[in-house]
Ligand binder design. Structure first.
Ligand code: ZN
Ligand code: FE
Ligand code: FE
Length: 292
């Protein structure tokens, strides 16, 4: 059975319990959450998050705890070698975030590796590696999944080679996995319609066993545009058929797939998109109906 879900909200008063309920309402058996606002590092104490109730509800539905993915806030930048405070904020926050992921009972923490800002690319790369070495620790059985980036701005990690450089140079590399984002790799120049070729390349350069999470998104821009603007399934330049193949790829059955497609007005598209992927049938009118 395909492991498929979406980004879900996490807010008062039900917090994680509400997130799991939201996922179930989409027909999902996986979900991804932020432990607080993605644009800042203010976090509620984990005791307030209704973890037990959330995990119990997942269990009742036969969903393993590791199918709940945590995404680190995108303001974290381990690649900043120019502003020491920004780098240090990232390190400190990530250390705490790893503890939160542990306490929640989740396993995978998705992280945007970072941006080199005005410094040379190499400096950013080295700073990211130093950061990973600072935050990872043998006792924590949390896996940080480095996300493949689109290459917008000064992002580091938009090729498989760059991701592998990070993995290779991190001491506790067995604590690292990869999150492959279809919109990001398309924007970085990969051809998602030749996905077998992409997987071969991934396997040759990184190793397929590192792949833990896939972000399933269409892209508003052409291949190689380096923009990172997600589109709803079938409404972008990747197309429904290519994305459906990714989701149902026989080599990726154990990989957790998460939709991060945009909301349509104030409606989440996930129930419809999950159903289309499960049925392997594209129904543009179903998404259009949300626009009315
Ligand atoms: Zn991400
Ligand atoms: Fe993503
Ligand atoms: Fe993105």
């Amino acid at each position: 059975m395909v492991i498929l879900g979406s980004h879900c909200s996490m807010k008062a008063p039900k917090f994680l319990l509400g997130s799991v309920q939201e996922a179930l309402s989409y027909g999902a058996n996986a979900l991804m959450i932020y432990t607080g606002p993605p644009q800042n590092t203010l976090r509620k104490p984990v005791e307030a998050l209704k973890i037990q109730e959330a995990m119990q509800l997942m269990k009742t539905h036969g969903i393993p705890a590791e199918n709940m993915i945590v995404h680190a806030p995108y303001i974290i930048n381990l690649g900043n070698s120019v502003k020491q405070e920004t780098y240090q904020l990232g390190v400190d926050f990530l250390k705490n975030e790893i503890q939160r992921v542990k306490e929640i009972g989740a396993k995978y923490l998705v992280l945007h590796p970072g941006s080199h800002t005005i410094a040379p690319f190499e400096d950013g790369m080295n700073q990211i590696i130093q950061g990973l070495n600072e935050v990872l620790c043998e006792e924590d059985d949390v896996i940080i999944c480095l996300e493949t980036m689109s290459g917008k701005g000064s992002e580091v990690g938009f090729t498989f080679e760059q991701i592998q450089t990070m993995i290779e140079n991190t001491k506790l590399s067995h604590k690292l996995g990869v999150c492959l984002d279809t919109c990001h790799i398309h924007d970085a120049g990969y051809d998602v319609s030749s996905f077998d070729q992409i997987l071969n390349e991934f396997d040759r350069i990184i190793g397929l066993d590192r792949l833990k999470v896939i972000h399933v998104n269409d892209s508003k821009n052409v291949q190689g545009a380096k923009k990172d603007r997600h589109a709803n399934l079938g409404e972008g330049h990747i197309g429904f058929d290519a994305l459906c193949k990714v989701v149902h790829h026989p080599k990726l059955e154990h990989v957790i797939k998460i939709l991060e497609t945009p909301w349509i007005g104030d409606e989440a598209p996930y129930k419809i998109e999950i159903e289309m992927l499960k049925n392997k049938v594209y129904d543009p009118s179903a998404l259009d109906a949300l626009r009315k």
